[in-house]
Design a protein around this ligand. Sequence first.
Ligand SMILES: *[C@@H]1O[C@H](CO)[C@@H](O)[C@H](O)[C@H]1NC(C)=O
Ligand SMILES: *[C@@H]1O[C@H](CO)[C@@H](O)[C@H](O)[C@H]1NC(C)=O
Ligand SMILES: *[C@@H]1O[C@H](CO)[C@@H](O)[C@H](O)[C@H]1NC(C)=O
Ligand SMILES: *[C@@H]1O[C@H](CO)[C@@H](O)[C@H](O)[C@H]1NC(C)=O
Ligand SMILES: *[C@@H]1O[C@H](CO)[C@@H](O)[C@H](O)[C@H]1NC(C)=O
Ligand SMILES: *[C@@H]1O[C@H](CO)[C@@H](O)[C@H](O)[C@H]1NC(C)=O
Ligand SMILES: *[C@@H]1O[C@H](CO)[C@@H](O)[C@H](O)[C@H]1NC(C)=O
Ligand SMILES: *[C@@H]1O[C@H](CO)[C@@H](O)[C@H](O)[C@H]1NC(C)=O
Ligand SMILES: *[C@@H]1O[C@H](CO)[C@@H](O)[C@H](O)[C@H]1NC(C)=O
Ligand SMILES: *[C@@H]1O[C@H](CO)[C@@H](O)[C@H](O)[C@H]1NC(C)=O
Ligand SMILES: *[C@@H]1O[C@H](CO)[C@@H](O)[C@H](O)[C@H]1NC(C)=O
Length: 755
Amino acid sequence: MALMVIISTLFCMLSLCLLATIATEFPENSNLETYIVLLEPSDAQLFAESGDLEGWYRSFLPPPTTTEGSNDASRLVYSYRNVIKGFAERLSPEEVKEMEKKKGFISAQRRKILSLHTTHSPSFLGLQQNMGFWKDSNYGKGVIIGILDTGITPDHPSFNDEGLPPPPAKWKGKCELVPASLCNNKLIGAQYFVQDDQNRTLLDEDGHGTHTASTAAGNFVKGANVYGNANGTAAGVAPLAHLAIYKVCSFGCSESDVLAAMDVAIDDGVDVLSISLGSLYNSFYEDFIALGAYSAMEKGIFVSCSAGNGGPFNYSLVNEAPWILTVGASTTDRKIRASAMLGDNEIFEGESAFQPKDFTSTLFPLVYPGSNKSDDYAPYCAPDSINNTDVKGKIVLCKFGLVPAVDKGQYVKAAGGAAMIIMNSVYGGYTTLANAHVLPAAHVSFVDGDKIMAYINSTKSPTATVFFNGTAIGNGRAPAAASFSSTGPCYASRGILKPDILGPGVNILAAWYTSVENNTKTKSNFNIVSSTSMACPHLSGVGALLKSAHPDWSPAAIKSAIITTAETVNLENKPIEDQQNLLPADVFATGTGNVNPSAANNPGLIYDIVPQDYIPYLCGLNYTNRGVGMILQRHVNCSVESKIPNSQLNYPSFSIVFKPTVQKYTRTVTNVGVANSVYSAKIVQPMGVNLAVEPTTLKFSKLNQKLTYEVTFSPLANPPNISNSQGSLTWTSEKYSVRSPIAVIIDTGLFQLQH
Ligand SMILES: *[C@@H]1O[C@H](CO)[C@@H](O)[C@H](O)[C@H]1NC(C)=O
Ligand SMILES: *[C@@H]1O[C@H](CO)[C@@H](O)[C@H](O)[C@H]1NC(C)=O
Ligand SMILES: *[C@@H]1O[C@H](CO)[C@@H](O)[C@H](O)[C@H]1NC(C)=O
Ligand SMILES: *[C@@H]1O[C@H](CO)[C@@H](O)[C@H](O)[C@H]1NC(C)=O
Ligand SMILES: *[C@@H]1O[C@H](CO)[C@@H](O)[C@H](O)[C@H]1NC(C)=O
Ligand SMILES: *[C@@H]1O[C@H](CO)[C@@H](O)[C@H](O)[C@H]1NC(C)=O
Ligand SMILES: *[C@@H]1O[C@H](CO)[C@@H](O)[C@H](O)[C@H]1NC(C)=O
Ligand SMILES: *[C@@H]1O[C@H](CO)[C@@H](O)[C@H](O)[C@H]1NC(C)=O
Ligand SMILES: *[C@@H]1O[C@H](CO)[C@@H](O)[C@H](O)[C@H]1NC(C)=O
Ligand SMILES: *[C@@H]1O[C@H](CO)[C@@H](O)[C@H](O)[C@H]1NC(C)=O
Ligand SMILES: *[C@@H]1O[C@H](CO)[C@@H](O)[C@H](O)[C@H]1NC(C)=O
């Protein structure tokens, strides 16, 4: 098990480069580094009451010095109010040692740099957002979505404010765009939190932030397309919601900046936070996004985060806290078809967004410049291997890996190659990307790539070409779980099933900063990109629609509605597949399934959680009082609190770590459907255990009535030798079907708590 974890971390660092785990330090002048200093929350309370929290923070700072290269005025980077009690400060190791002696000090941690959850390869494909309950939810009108990302392209047509009212009275945020008139009723706020960037521009110089913002809440734009592909009306999931932009990333995203943005967003009055970045952590109190999200959740803010791109390895999830919605990536039914054809006439269908009309698909000599064919991570088609191979006028087979696929195409083109076939590694499986390549290309699956390799081996003078078939809609195998989407079990709390849900994250068309066609800055630029970064803002948008339709629902109620109504089958009515191997995806890849927004609008029953419920949950994780206090930001004494096993939290799904003893858990459901209704339990038994529910019928007589049931997991007389299994519990009435997926992890005693 420990070995798997190491491998998955390695994979994250070497492969797709759209991965979540690289934690590095920014180089800084002199010996000063930015630390996040945590202080005792109970002491902080006293100073907060007397209105001098910042004065107390300052009492921890070292006396003014003449340290070379430092400017004392700028050393205090942030004073936090909501998300933690403490501050970020540029300090030397000696100064940290001094600070440790002061009363009220908890810890000083050098900030880590978090990664955006996306690929850098520009690519393009379209997604038509036609959510069933746009009308009921007023298209998210009046709801504010806060986006923590790389900034914004304010004059992009996706951010026009046609049909939007002015921001609600509770909005207290700022617009720091220059000129401020770039803000409008769509873009109501834009604030800057990148400590290390001298440019200090809110403009999105990457594209990621513009893409995620327009995916969550872009307004309608007709005729959006890339190279003519995926042509249609672009719109975000909540097209009439307001957007508040918090720029926290330029090259990487610093923990202290992310925390500062969350701190301010809470005061600004956002309703939803959309966070497509993160890193692996062992526990929630070490994870600053989890800390910030806890404070946000307490204020009723719904927090949606990307699950990470560390799949298909298990325990590769980020943003796992139960008060966060953790979103994995699925495919849509649209493909931008580009095929590879070999000299023996065999055809392999793949994808590419660049489909030049003037390319004649004649056969070219086919070469494979890699030499270490068994190594899935070797940087094939990097300048080194290309330059050592004669590729002039040839079609080149490249492997998906360290270097982004579009860059590989650039190397091939620079060396005179005529075209490229890009094949997946075994881990990439069947997930193909429609990238904006610079030369004729087709991205094919691992299995097809392997056949192409065998063909190369089988003949003296292999030949091949690529041809294009444009955009096709209606792929029946969609939605499917993308191979790169991080998979569970949940690492920090195995009693919680994660990811929670899948949303569209493969080949997503949305607004982009520059033109991928000619690299110019023109107004209506769109791009197609893929990652869990793209899936997260879809769910942020769904959260905004639900907030609009049900203003009284808590963040946990919104999550419950999304989780219990998810789609578990594809368009062909077969179980959702995992694109790593095309087998039915398990719950550790899908969570509960693919989001179904209109069903989530009317879930029948909800599993609610109030902030208080997290105290016995966190104490039950055996965190120290200090650890729990860091999350709740007040003193908690777990020896006088009740404790629950983590599977007992009132979560809308189940994850059970099974030892051969009887385990009982209860859940409480709230009736939000029909006043008089009767639900009966339907169980799909997980293998290896016996599951029973008591009572098997729930009779409601009024709305908002709560009823409790108990599930019992008992050992079998002859248990099969398996490591995990899955099932489900569905409460059905005449009108509703409320489904909870169940994961059973057989406890082998080998699990080690170390990422
Ligand atoms: C600052 O702007 C310059 C010029 O536009 C750009 O090359 C550089 O990468 C930017 N730096 C950062 C940290 O964004
Ligand atoms: C996109 O579709 C619109 C409406 O059907 C059409 O007017 C426009 O020419 C199309 N653009 C491209 C590039 O195909
Ligand atoms: C984790 O991955 C390994 C290797 O793929 C697999 O054998 C095992 O069953 C997985 N464990 C869980 C709990 O999914
Ligand atoms: C192949 O592997 C060897 C040994 O690991 C390494 O030195 C070499 O650079 C690799 N070649 C390529 C093309 O990756
Ligand atoms: C490989 O070729 C490219 C394009 O000709 C060139 O830019 C690059 O410097 C070369 N790299 C090496 C390692 O020779
Ligand atoms: C192609 O041949 C090489 C050795 O020449 C071998 O290592 C590799 O496995 C072969 N590939 C396939 C797909 O047969
Ligand atoms: C795809 O394009 C090729 C070459 O233009 C053509 O022969 C073939 O019929 C097309 N296939 C489909 C399914 O449209
Ligand atoms: C770049 O693209 C824009 C928009 O598609 C177009 O108006 C412009 O003419 C293009 N420029 C070049 C040099 O192709
Ligand atoms: C916490 O400690 C108790 C007592 O040692 C143990 O039974 C329980 O499994 C632990 N919980 C977790 C989540 O490790
Ligand atoms: C926590 O409660 C226990 C039991 O009442 C008590 O002995 C202990 O001193 C308390 N700890 C703190 C830090 O208050
Ligand atoms: C259970 O399966 C594992 C691997 O599949 C094997 O190593 C182990 O010996 C098996 N245990 C029993 C009791 O059969």
